[in-house]
Design a protein around this ligand. Structure first.
Ligand code: MN
Length: 244
């Protein structure tokens, strides 16, 4: 297993010693917010020219998809555009990773934006709403999808829980205060609690289902994956990208 086939939802733990091997295709997916207004964006870095085209293809697919966005345009147009671009490269999109709508303090809203063609209605882009488009690209062959790998070190508050353990409770309160409904990594809390204690208490909270830990997602065939992503607001004139 290496970073090439890890498509999403993996972040280093505190003290992680894994290195990124030569020729790797590294997806860097960044999310941030200002008072609950979210920006979600990703780039892929190829450490050798071997996978340059894989990176370009994702970027081109994203760019082309952004061009079709306008109020009233069916969400499914994105998958059509992405597929058209990727066919030229002899690549395909990972079928079960999608773009998404974004709401106030909510990274993944109700709308999913597939990167492949689908034959059902997914609604239309709406003026004033915020979305992210993010094609994930891999080689042709059998249809591509991602499957769960190991826990990926990215957490989110699952539900309010009555946590009895005082240390775990103080951590849970702090997490709710700092991150509310947004995902976070363990290392962002190192200033609040020493690393060993922190890890123990986070595990406790996961066990109590107070926190949810996302599994890292890997390409089912072990193929390298690239990704490109932008967040945008839909205006009368089309997609106004907020992550450029
Ligand atoms: Mn996203």
């Amino acid at each position: 297993m290496d970073v090439n086939e890890v498509a999403a939802h993996y972040t280093p733990t505190i003290g992680e010693e894994t290195t990124i091997p030569e020729d790797s295709v590294v997806k860097i997916d960044l999310g941030t917010h200002y008072n609950g207004l979210i920006a979600d964006s990703a780039v892929t870095v190829s450490l050798s020219d071997k996978y340059d085209d894989l990176v370009y293809a994702a970027e081109e697919a994203l760019e082309e998809a952004l061009k079709v966005v306008a109020p009233g345009v069916p969400i499914t147009e994105v998958g059509k555009r992405v597929e058209r671009v990727l066919k030229n490269y002899n690549y395909q999109a990972v079928s079960n990773l999608t773009g998404h709508s974004i709401e106030y303090f909510e990274l993944h809203g109700d709308v999913s934006i597939p990167n492949v063609q689908v034959n059902w209605d997914l609604g239309k882009f709406e003026e004033g709403k915020v979305y992210a488009i993010e094609p994930f690209v891999t080689f042709e062959g059998r249809p591509s999808k991602v499957v769960d790998w190991k826990p990926g070190g990215i957490y989110i508050v699952n539900k309010p829980r009555n946590v009895k353990d005082p240390e775990a409770k103080s951590l849970f309160d702090e997490i709710n205060r700092r991150f509310r409904t947004l995902p976070f990594a363990e290392r962002w809390l190192q200033d609040f609690m020493p690393a060993d204690k922190l890890h123990l208490n986070i595990e406790k909270l996961v066990k109590l289902k107070a926190l949810y830990e996302y599994p890292a997602l890997i390409e089912v065939g072990g193929r390298p994956v690239s990704q490109a992503e932008h967040t945008f607001v839909v205006t009368k004139d089309g997609a106004l990208v907020t992550t450029q």
